[in-house]
Design a protein around this ligand. Structure first.
Ligand code: OGA
Ligand code: NI
Length: 362
């Protein structure tokens, strides 16, 4: 194992002159256009305007348009204090720095209610990603917090405060999506929750053209709210091209997950009192969940905090009533969201953590 062969026993796995072969992706996956221009057309939407009663529709329209055209947008003037965002990023930096001491031997540390993985814990076709990752469930918040990392000691307090704000922001954004689509007010209120936090640490890499921080994927969420500080590296696919998302200080990157896009599904609350057939309203390719990935950088360290706003486990997913008739019977049985997650391994390597959160809730 190369870690044991290194001369400097204190060096971290990425402190190398060249990329070890275990991290080199095949041509097919390697980032080709790593220096493509930063996309300056990705919408940057000020939420401040939504406070002004007369202009209420402006960010709503902007969010709707961005969700349709890109599946990605950034929000500014969102009201979350800068200090809280920086604090959250700093505490995660401390967490990852501490793992260098305790977990640099490449073993997974599934501990309590969180999962930390270093670069060698995840492979795609036998190749390692250039990143470390921490993830944990976040709902219900007060039950999850004590199970999160307790080193650094302020981790739980700082991240809990951050998540309270993210919850509010996500409700605001979903409410605007709801208004834009013409759905009843509060439509998402009881069916969505900030379920999972995934934080990534992407150290500098000697040759970014050979490696990847995160593979191309679509998020299995309603929406994902990502804080990336001032780092670059995130790219999304538009018209078969990888496009960089520029870093805007204090902004959040929001992307549409496949749960907002899925065509044949609708969501009906378990109590059956009201049926929500909105998925097919947006199914006419109205919303886009864009594929994205993270490329590495020679000099820059990237840290990110992704929060996934997902359907609540008490949702039932079934074929939209309007699509079902005698000649075209339902192809799927109604399934509770949590069973759906388990059956489909929907969250990839997050499935176990999500499933645990769902099981604990029921
Ligand atoms: C994710 C993701 C991007 C990043 O966790 O789904 O896309 O910058 N993360 O870490
Ligand atoms: Ni993602």
């Amino acid at each position: 194992m190369y870690i044991e062969m290194k001369e400097d026993k204190d060096a971290r796995w990425f402190e190398l002159e060249c990329v070890p072969k275990e991290y080199i992706f095949s041509e097919e996956y390697r980032p080709q256009n790593i220096d493509s221009p930063v996309c300056d057309s990705i919408p940057v939407i000020s939420l401040a305007k939504s406070e002004a009663a007369n202009e209420h529709s402006q960010p709503v329209e902007e969010i709707l348009k961005a969700s349709q055209e890109f599946g990605f947008f950034q929000v500014i003037d969102h009201g979350i204090p800068e200090k809280m965002m920086i604090d959250a990023m700093n505490v995660l930096k401390e967490f990852f720095d501490m793992q260098a001491k305790y977990a640099s031997n490449g073993t997974v540390t599934p501990k309590k209610g969180y999962i930390y993985t270093t670069s060698t814990d995840f492979t795609k076709d036998g190749v390692y990603l250039w990143r470390e990752n921490l993830k944990h469930p976040c709902h219900p918040l007060e039950e999850c917090v004590p199970l999160w990392p307790d080193t650094p000691p302020r981790y739980q307090e700082v991240i809990a405060a951050y998540l309270v704000e993210i919850q509010k922001l996500s409700s605001r954004i979903l409410e605007m999506i709801c208004e834009g689509l013409g759905l009843e007010k509060g439509y998402f209120k009881d069916i969505s929750e900030v379920q999972l936090l995934a934080s990534n640490f992407y150290p500098p890499c000697p040759d970014p053209s050979l490696t990847l921080g995160i593979l191309p994927h679509i998020d299995p969420s309603f929406i994902t709210i990502l804080y990336q500080g001032e780092a670059t590296g995130l790219q999304f696919m538009k018209d078969d091209q990888w496009i960089k998302i520029g870093a805007i200080p204090n902004a959040f990157v929001v992307n549409i997950g496949n749960q907002l896009e899925v065509c044949i599904l609708s969501i009906i609350m378990v109590n059956g009192s009201s049926s929500y057939l909105w998925m097919q309203i947006i199914s006419n390719n109205k919303f886009k969940s864009a594929k994205h990935r993270v490329v590495t950088s020679k000099h820059e360290t990237r840290r990110s905090i992704a929060t996934f706003v997902n359907p609540s486990p008490n949702c039932i997913i079934e074929p939209a009533k309007i699509l079902v008739n005698e000649s075209e019977p339902a192809l799927y049985k109604p399934t509770q969201y949590k069973d759906f997650v388990q059956y489909n391994n929907s969250f990839g390597d997050y499935t176990a953590a999500i499933q645990k959160a769902l099981d604990e809730e029921s």
